[in-house]
Design a protein around this ligand. Structure first.
Ligand code: NDP
Length: 292
């Protein structure tokens, strides 16, 4: 069994981004600028934004956070998005989710200029992804593809089973795995809560991508010998350790790992790749690689 070390791969990619950014600063002095919109004071959102800011600093990007109170109206938020769309000094920006219940998140996300949509959630970017055109890829699926590529895992002709069909993970990663590309060219089965006899489908997987949001759902008996397992799940499970909890994924690592050819740990697998993908998208936005 080979462990896919997402932390190490992400550190290498961050070093490459930092070197390219340093070269830009040396020549024209204007590094890529990633902005974030944060509404309200949800602690998890605050901590995600803080870690994105830290990652920007680590590679030399400029970062800024536009904070708004949780009672901001939808129109005020849309006006704020319009402002960021027009600001030439900001190359890409994200709107941290979730938004308060009185705001229609879809309407807000659809207001983002697709050329600055470095989260890759705008329908134009998702549509381009589905058509195989260049687009900003959503960060977690892009991170998964990078893990497969950097680990030298062959995906062509393999049966890839994706557990979960969310817009941010399952659906886009299933499109990427079936795309005519490398990595890609897999035969994909996309599973969800209405799938019947899930274990028998999981057992057919050469590559299993678990993004189901259920702690340790995938058991050893469900996994084919030699499979590649990518565990996207992140769960904080209370226990009687000193810390009072541990972090686990959607896969029962202890049972599944001995059967795998490759597996991602949780933490330290997919998680660290997500922020790197956001940085890579920001670089593409800076270079106007997708929309010219
Ligand atoms: P969602 O809750 O949005 O989607 C879960 C999907 O799994 C849905 O499609 C749902 O089906 C399906 N599902 C849930 N239970 C079952 C079941 N018992 N059998 C079959 N299918 C089921 O989750 P996300 O995609 O947002 O996240 C998935 C996991 O990945 C979570 O643990 C999350 O914390 C983690 N995550 C990790 C990231 C990282 O950076 N590492 C980033 C994003 C998420 P249906 O559509 O029918 O309801």
């Amino acid at each position: 069994m080979n462990l896919i070390d997402g932390k190490k791969i992400s550190e290498e990619l961050k070093r490459e981004i930092a070197a390219k950014t340093a070269a830009i600063i040396d020549t024209d002095g204007t590094p890529p600028h990633l902005a974030a919109v944060l509404v309200g004071d949800d602690p998890a959102s605050q901590s995600y934004i803080k870690s994105k800011e830290k990652s920007c600093q680590a590679v030399g990007f400029t970062s800024s956070v536009y904070r708004y109170p949780s009672d901001i109206s939808e129109q005020q938020l849309i006006d704020a998005i319009d402002f960021l769309n027009k600001d030439d000094e900001i190359h890409g920006f994200i709107v941290q989710l979730p938004l308060p219940a009185h705001i229609n998140a879809d309407r807000v996300l659809q207001r983002i200029d697709p050329a600055k949509d470095v989260d890759g959630f705008h329908p134009v970017n998702i549509g381009r992804l589905a058509l195989g055109l260049p687009s900003y890829l959503p960060a977690t699926p892009a991170g998964i593809m990078l893990l497969l590529e950097k680990s030298g895992i062959e995906t062509e002709g393999k049966h890839c089973v994706v557990l979960g069909r969310s817009n941010i993970v399952g659906t886009p990663v299933s499109l990427l795995m079936s795309r005519k590309a490398k990595p890609g060219n897999s035969t994909v089965t996309l599973c969800h809560s209405k799938t019947t006899d899930l274990p028998s489908i999981i057992r057919q997987a050469d590559i299993l991508i678990a993004a189901i949001g259920q702690p340790e759902f995938v058991k050893g008996s469900m996994v084919k010998e030699g499979a590649v397992v990518i565990d996207v799940g992140i769960h904080r499970v209370d226990d009687d350790s000193e810390k009072g909890y541990h972090i686990t994924g959607d896969v029962d690592f202890n049972e599944v790992a001995p059967r795998c050819s490759y597996i991602t740990p949780v933490p330290g697998g997919v998680g660290p790749m997500t922020v790197v993908s956001l940085l890579l998208n920001t670089f593409k936005a800076y270079n106007k690689e997708i929309y010219g």
